[in-house]
Unconditional design. Structure first.
Length: 71
């Protein structure tokens, strides 16, 4: 398995526990985020303008991104 890079700080890990969902080129995508960046914005080297979800909810989060339907 290839290592992932945290989009907040660049830390490598086999798999980060959190994903951030953001819009890129008119599509939404999930990006790996380490636990430190998720819990402590001071750990980030870049500003993350995204919504955070547990990795297990990544597919649903990306599918629902941009929707204004709650429930």
């Amino acid at each position: 398995m290839a290592a992932e890079v945290c989009v907040g700080c660049g830390t490598l890990a086999p798999q980060h526990p959190i994903v951030g969902v953001a819009k890129v080129r008119d599509e939404f995508a999930a990006f790996p985020v380490c636990e430190k960046c998720w819990r402590d914005p001071e750990n980030r080297k870049v500003v993350l303008k995204m919504h955070f979800f547990e990795r297990r909810h990544a597919k649903i989060a990306v599918a629902m991104a941009g929707s204004n339907t709650l429930g």
